[in-house]
Design a protein around this ligand. Structure first.
Ligand code: AMP
Ligand code: GLY
Length: 410
């Protein structure tokens, strides 16, 4: 089979690697891919925003199955275009992608179908939003509507912080803002393979969204993760699947926007049960890197089976995977580029490329999150020690990382 993976980051690197391990697969094309994916796949110069170009490539090269990484490509309607052209693709339509691309859309469905989530209200102007915040008090969560690469959310611990977030949000013309009750608890990511009402949960991972050690500083796309998560027992996963993911998939069918693809539940285990923080319409990043590192059964077969409405039995390594993101200096505020990365060949771990570029002088940084180093060991403690030992080998003047990924579960 020929597989096409769309995207450039660490998530796509992990998706492509998992596809390449399938005995059915002889070629993995990556559009446009990255230097890490180029070591086993065939990178092609078509960007994730060039929907026509992607369709044309898949047709010309007889691609059997396309897997989409980034939400931006989904939101452009890549699945609708591929389906119209008679091409098989694993991902949600543009309409179903709204579960991620519009927080208001997702919240309205959750409210209508009693899917547990934080209480909320949506606003389209500063004055009403601020009046609501003043009554609710802090802590309170301010979320800009639309795709923000994980960065449009402020958990405000003071009214001043909330005010600043609202001012920034309403500086953008026609922006909508969802204001939410602040949930307290233990966060985890449950990603499922979904086709209409069929929901197959994958193993759970925990992301670390804040930029700094001890969960300090602004939110990022994610600074590291590990899987499995001790606190999230099989009973909790079952409950989350039954009370959140399955009802959401069913609700989307009933609303006329059926979902196919990776449905990502960003969930929180609170004193009052499991609550939804958000849904995403694609695999998580940096969750894909640690979850797929543990998958032992055929990933491509699993996607095909789900699309054929077949139940899937996935098998997982009992080992713990643990990964640390190396980000470029100043991320998430800005990102530096073209800083030389050295000694990567000495790293005795899985190395996923998130934002790198191959140049005449060698590999350089090319984005906010640059690399993810992942190890697989018998315990979280051992994996933690191994990953950090290898992370220290990487030489780059303009990179930093968190030092406490997984610490809370040890
Ligand atoms: P989101 O982009 O919606 O996942 O939000 C980014 C991060 O903000 C989440 O991973 C949480 O850590 C935090 N967050 C979002 N919503 C809430 C909430 N209602 N209560 C507490 N924390 C939240
Ligand atoms: N790791 C969070 C996300 O992919 O949205």
């Amino acid at each position: 089979m020929k597989i096409l993976v769309i995207g450039t980051g660490g998530r796509e690197h992990a998706l492509a690697l998992a596809c390449s391990k399938s005995p059915m697969v002889d070629t993995v094309y990556c559009a446009p891919g990255n230097p890490g994916m180029a070591t086993f796949g065939q990178c092609v110069n078509v960007s994730g925003s060039d929907i026509e170009g992607l369709v044309a490539f898949a047709k010309e090269n007889n691609v059997d199955l396309t897997v989409v990484g980034p939400e931006a490509t989904l939101a452009l309607g890549v699945v609708d275009a591929f389906t119209e052209a008679g091409l098989k693709i694993f991902g949600p339509t543009k309409a179903a992608t709204q579960v991620e691309s519009s927080k208001d859309f997702a919240k309205a469905i959750m409210a209508k179908y009693n899917i547990p989530t934080a209480a909320y209200k949506t606003f389209d102007n500063y004055n009403d939003a601020w009046a609501y915040v003043e009554v609710q008090g802090a802590p309170i969560v301010i979320k800009e509507d639309g795709l923000k690469a994980g960065k449009g959310v402020t958990v405000a611990y003071s009214l001043d912080q909330a005010k600043e977030a609202l001012e920034i949000a309403f500086d953008i013309p026609e922006n909508k803002v969802v204001i939410e009750e602040c949930l307290v608890g233990f966060e985890f990511s449950l990603i499922c393979l979904v086709h209409n009402e069929l929901v197959v949960p994958l193993e759970v991972a925990q992301d670390h969204k804040c930029v700094g050690d001890g969960d300090t500083g602004p939110n990022t796309g994610g600074m590291g993760s590990y899987s499995p998560v001790k606190k999230i027992t099989p009973a909790i996963i079952q409950e989350a699947t039954d009370t959140i993911l399955k009802p959401m998939a069913k609700a989307m069918v009933e609303e006329g926007v059926p979902f196919t693809g990776f449905l990502y539940g960003g969930l929180m285990l609170t004193e009052n049960g499991i609550k939804t923080i958000e849904f995403n319409a694609r695999f998580g990043d940096p969750e894909a890197e640690v979850i797929l590192a543990r998958l032992e059964s055929d990933f491509v077969q699993a996607m095909l089976d789900v699309m054929d409405d077949k139940e899937v039995n996935l098998t997982w390594s009992s080992k713990v995977s643990h990964g640390v993101v190396l980000a470029s200096t100043n991320y998430p505020a800005s990102s530096t580029k073209n800083a030389l990365i050295e000694n990567l060949d000495d790293v005795d771990c899985l190395v996923y490329h998130m934002g790198t570029k191959q140049t005449e002088n060698g590999l350089v940084t090319n984005g906010g999150r640059v690399l993810m180093i992942v190890s697989l060991e018998d315990t979280l403690e051992e994996a933690f020690a191994h990953t950090y030992k290898e992370v220290e080998k990487v030489q780059c003047k303009e990179m930093f990382y968190r030092h406490d990924i997984g610490k809370k579960d040890m």
